[in-house]
Design a protein around this ligand. Structure first.
Ligand code: NDP
Length: 457
């Protein structure tokens, strides 16, 4: 078995890697348990130093550009976004280096004991199953809190980004983390089950599709191990009559097209009140028309290729099914053939009927779904009429509308007059079929610790 790195801009194979043999995989799992026994004894100061060093490496101009290029070559992200992603990884390392110890400091609680308190202890080896869409960020936002808490990590990265996976292990080693504390496993998804069941592995997290999340959770449930799941989304982007329309259009286009449309928290359903719908639609379509499609290594490119041929085929099928089911295509609607890779034209589909099979789908590509609604009640009802509940963005300058939107939108986060984004300082995660648990902030570092109660008579 092998894992191939394919450039989605050209369709050409870049490199091919053998997958780990069963024996080597077993050895790495045992090594992680051995590493944990030493690593758990290290001080906050020591872990914090290693994380700060990882941040410095990520900020090194020459190296960070190399890693950014690696992402762009393996999965097609526009290069400027890749550079920004590396910078954000540095931020999350510094964030937990600075705050981790305080977040996990013992808490005194007054009870009938002479002394009672809560302590936070590491669990051991945590498995991370990660996707290709933010190949560095998704891993670092898991790894920084996990390692700061004293756990050790095994990474099963998506099969189309093996070079990124290898580079990340190298960064942690170069930062000073002892061998075995962070290990990359080059394996296919069908090997995850046996890893989760290994006694050395204490918990797992997965970012990716619903089927992958459900499969991991089922396995982990069968051996009673904790999971955190960050799955799909079909985030609403609501524009009310009081909104700053030009700002909403500019941010809406960015929020839909970021990462060539392949982000779980991308704005996917644009829900616009009828009174301003014509105006919004004209500006939105015009902004899509101006987007530069092309080689993601060129800084002028707004939209690069989809990461895989399967992703391209899926989005094309969803668009065709939506149009056949009654949606109106305002722009785009087909693959783009300017380069040989997996490109799709930025597309806007208007008013997919609820009867259409794709109405509740996640569209993981550069396709905006536009809906017009008579009033705010209808906007909120439509926003919540989704199996997902990851993020929501709403545009209004009216305080009472704002308060209603915050209260009534069923989502893990609500952003008012801004695009949904992750931030090391704020918890991140979803409800409904978007998953459970939280990453980032204090909530993130508390997911994989033993909250130990101490009671002394
Ligand atoms: P997957 O969910 O298949 O892949 C994500 C990760 O899970 C990869 O490491 C993958 O490994 C692994 N995986 C896949 N199946 C299983 C399984 N049964 N058990 C354990 N691990 C598994 O995403 P795809 O890349 O196939 O994308 C499909 C769809 O998923 C997208 O269209 C989008 O809707 C959603 N998605 C959401 C993401 C998000 O950020 N929330 C990110 C990526 C995808 P391998 O690569 O070896 O298959």
């Amino acid at each position: 078995m092998s894992i191939a790195s394919i450039n989605p801009t050209t369709g050409q194979q870049l490199q091919i890697f053998p997958t780990l043999s069963d024996d080597l995989l077993k050895a790495k799992i045992i090594e992680s348990e051995r590493a944990f026994q030493d690593y758990r004894q290290t001080s906050w100061e020591q872990r914090s130093q290693w994380l700060h060093r990882a941040a410095s490496l990520l900020r090194d101009d020459r190296q960070s550009l190399e890693w950014a290029k690696l992402m762009t070559l393996e999965m097609g992200k526009p290069i400027e976004q890749a550079i920004a992603e590396i910078q954000k990884c540095a931020l999350v390392c510094d964030y937990y280096a600075e705050h981790g110890a305080a977040y996990l400091a013992p808490e005194i609680v007054t009870t009938d004991a002479s002394e009672s308190r809560i302590e936070y202890h590491p669990l051991g080896t945590i498995l991370a199953v990660m996707p290709w869409n933010f190949p560095f960020w998704q891993v670092f936002r898991f790894a920084a809190p996990t390692l700061m808490a004293g756990n050790v990590a095994l990474l099963k990265h998506a099969s189309n980004v093996p070079q990124c996976a290898i580079a990340i292990e190298e960064i942690f080693l170069q930062s000073g983390f002892p061998p075995g504390v962070f290990q990359t496993l080059l394996i296919s998804a069908d090997r995850v089950e046996s890893i989760v069941k290994s006694p050395q592995v204490k918990a797992a997290t997965l970012t990716g599709s619903e089927p992958a999340g459900a499969s991991l959770a089922q396995t982990a449930g069968s051996v009673l191990k904790k999971t955190v799941l960050e799955l799909g989304g079909s985030d609403p982007f609501i524009v009310t009559t009081s909104a700053d329309l030009d700002a909403a259009v500019a941010v809406g286009v960015k929020a839909r097209l970021l990462n060539n449309g392949q982000s779980c928290i991308a704005a996917k359903r644009f829900i616009v009140l009828e009174a301003i719908a014509d105006d919004f639609t004209a500006k939105f379509v015009e902004a899509f028309r101006k987007l530069q499609i092309g080689d993601p290594l060129q800084t002028a490119t707004d939209a690069g290729p989809l990461a895989t041929l399967a992703g391209l085929e899926q989005i094309d099928r969803q668009v065709r099914d939506s149009i056949a089911g009654g949606a109106e295509c305002l722009i785009g609607g087909k693959p783009w053939s300017g380069l040989p890779g997996f490109f799709y034209e930025p597309t806007i589909l208007k008013n997919i009927p609820p009867t259409c099979a794709t109405y509740r789908d996640e569209f993981f590509g550069p396709v905006a779904l536009l809906f017009t609604v008579p009033d705010l009640d209808a906007a909120i009802a439509l926003a919540n009429d989704s199996p997902f509940g990851l993020g929501a963005s709403a545009w209004t300058q009216d305080d009472s509308e704002r308060d209603r939107l915050i209260r009534e939108l069923d989502a893990g986060s609500v952003f008012i007059n801004g695009m949904v984004k992750s931030d090391p300082r704020l918890p991140f995660g979803g409800i409904k079929r978007s998953g459970y648990g939280r990453e980032l902030g204090r909530s993130g570092i508390l997911e994989f610790v033993n909250i130990k109660t101490i009671w002394i008579k």
